[in-house]
Design a protein around this ligand. Sequence first.
Ligand SMILES: NC(=O)C1=CN([C@@H]2O[C@H](COP(=O)(O)OP(=O)(O)OC[C@H]3O[C@@H](n4cnc5c(N)ncnc54)[C@H](OP(=O)(O)O)[C@@H]3O)[C@@H](O)[C@H]2O)C=CC1
Ligand SMILES: O=C(O)C(=O)Cc1c[nH]c2ccccc12
Length: 242
Amino acid sequence: METFPGKVVHAADYRSAEGFKGKSVLVVGGGNSGMEIAYDLAVGGAATSIVIRSELHLVSKEIWNLAMTLYRYLPVWVIDKVVLLMCAAVFGDTARYGLRRPAVGPFTMKATATMYPVVDVGTFAKIRSGEIRVLPAAIKGVRGRDVEFADGQRHAFDAVVFATGYRSTTKHWLKSDDGLIGDDGMAGRSYPDHWKGENGLYCAGMVRRGIYGSYEDAEHIADDISKQLRSSSKPTHNNGSA
Ligand SMILES: NC(=O)C1=CN([C@@H]2O[C@H](COP(=O)(O)OP(=O)(O)OC[C@H]3O[C@@H](n4cnc5c(N)ncnc54)[C@H](OP(=O)(O)O)[C@@H]3O)[C@@H](O)[C@H]2O)C=CC1
Ligand SMILES: O=C(O)C(=O)Cc1c[nH]c2ccccc12
């Protein structure tokens, strides 16, 4: 990257397509961030390409809402079948456009891996129309404006957006060794014993179980705090009387 003369930003610092209009922009990473940023750039008038080096499950918000609802009633393998059927009806064969699906189903993937399906915000229509170009291979190297890919393609870019994901920084600032947070900065113990540490320390949303997982943690934590408040004979806080 030292030789690349253009603008380079991480998804965390991306705000809008302002300044990218008319530019040739490479988005690295086909997760939810990369797909949303690629869409935003294309709408904003950038000539947009996106690197998708791995398989992914593209779903729609509506299909995924249904999957989350069915979770209470049906086994995971049935949900996978329903979701994939609906995805085929909505998107057709995404592999034709460089978006290969994993062999493991989307709901199984969410339940067993740290990977999450990608919720389409309109990016796929722009990929299908050719407005957004998918580069389905890893980056081999960068020389000046030129980026070379593992499949032999080489293209010049004015800017690169790294939508390559995040790492937790919790370990850097949290002074605690009760095992609540593991070496990777996420929950150190596994579900469902992951949310309560010592000395009033809790963690919510750190066990990679999605939005509903965070919601479940928040309820447990609130219950636990409320239980402790009720069991202590002396109130531990001022009840608003003075
Ligand atoms: N609207 C929503 O629901 C949104 C949800 N989110 C969530 O926030 C979290 C973070 O999302 P996000 O920021 O997208 O990060 P993710 O970790 O989900 O995705 C990062 C992507 O970048 C790829 N990548 C990493 N390094 C490279 C590389 N050197 N070359 C090519 N590709 C690379 C990864 O592919 P590989 O697998 O090959 O490493 C992966 O597909 C996720 O849980 C996501 O679902 C984020 C945005 C919006
Ligand atoms: O908690 C989760 O893991 C979710 O997937 C929450 C959720 C329910 N419906 C959705 C639609 C789009 C993105 C996320 C969700």
